[in-house]
Design a protein around this ligand. Structure first.
Ligand code: IPM
Ligand code: MN
Length: 298
């Protein structure tokens, strides 16, 4: 999945722009644990920032225009995705599979702190995704740290919500959220819900950030490789384009990032969109239309 010296090569760059990877004949844990997940980990990209906003020209199944503007802050290096555990008595009827969720104080503190800062720079409202009613060790630990850190942010309205109820509330009242912070798995699931509420999973971007800049950060669409439409030329380029805008912003070209996002929004508004958004444009047509509009005023 990655050349021997792949990580070393990538380490020399300021940022990584990644396309969705995966193919049905390659097991997912091979393509992901051989590429994306080692990059997230070795480069300590511990924040996975996933903005969801209802762009003009896109219809949401659930939200009114202007109502949806949520950022999911997902922990990206530990938690449920920890590669720790094993299988015993393989191939026998009493085979056992054990996988540990690893939550470190450092890991939880830094993601929760990042989320509070993010909330502070936005509408000062933060919800932490927990599940301490059912998961009795790691989640109370997460909650404890969340409350500790909340004490340092008196101006941020912060609360914890069980992830199941939170998922339901996202569907019923998406306008009531600002920033949501969650563990690796909860952040993954909830950000796919917010992406769908924002109109389509094909639109949503993802910034895998190493906030200290000690290693490159990685930018990618949230969606997967969609092998069912591979080669048809109909994939929605919006997620990749928006991820590109986030990357420009990250490397210090926020004006350029805004121009790209605004060109995307103008294009969607004009009706040039792929079929997952109710349009008829091909991937190339929609992309060309965005490129043409770069520099036009929103
Ligand atoms: C994502 C993806 C990955 C994840 C998969 C492909 C391992 O779903 O970036 O959201 O769960 O992190
Ligand atoms: Mn996902």
């Amino acid at each position: 999945m990655l050349p021997e010296d792949g990580l070393e090569t990538l380490a020399g760059y300021d940022a990584i722009y990644l396309g969705a990877v995966g193919w049905p004949t390659v097991p997912d844990h091979v393509s992901l644990w051989g590429l994306l997940l080692p990059i997230r980990r070795s480069f300590d990209q511990y924040v996975n920032l996933r903005p969801a906003r209802l762009l003009r020209g896109v219809t949401s199944p659930l939200a009114e225009p202007g109502e949806l503007d949520i950022t999911v802050v997902r922990e990206n290096t530990e938690g449920e995705y920890s590669d720790s555990g094993g299988r015993v008595y393989r191939g026998t009827p009493h085979e056992i599979a054990v996988q540990e969720s690893i939550f470190t104080r450092r890991g939880v503190e830094r993601i929760v702190r990042y989320a509070f800062e993010e909330a502070k720079s936005r509408r000062s409202h933060l919800v932490g995704a927990t599940k301490s009613n059912g998961i009795s060790i790691t989640m109370p630990f997460f909650d404890e740290i969340f409350r500790e850190i909340a004490g340092n942010y008196p101006d941020v309205e912060a609360s914890l919500m069980h992830a199941d109820a939170l998922a339901a509330r996202l569907v019923l009242a998406p306008g009531s959220f600002d920033v949501v912070v969650g563990s690796n798995l909860f952040g993954d699931l909830l950000s796919e819900v917010t992406a769908a509420i924002a109109g389509a999973i094909g639109i949503a971007p993802s910034a895998n950030l190493n906030p200290e800049g000690t290693s490159p950060s990685l930018f990618e669409p949230i969606h997967g490789s969609a092998p069912n439409i591979a080669g048809d030329g109909v994939a929605n380029p919006a997620g990749a384009i928006w991820a590109g805008a986030l990357m420009l912003d990250h490397v210090g070209y926020s004006d350029a990032g805004e121009q790209v996002l605004s060109a995307l929004e103008l294009t969607l508004e004009s009706g040039t969109k792929t079929r997952d958004l109710g349009g008829t444009a091909s991937t190339d047509e929609m992309t060309d239309a965005v490129v043409q509009r770069i520099g036009d005023d929103a």
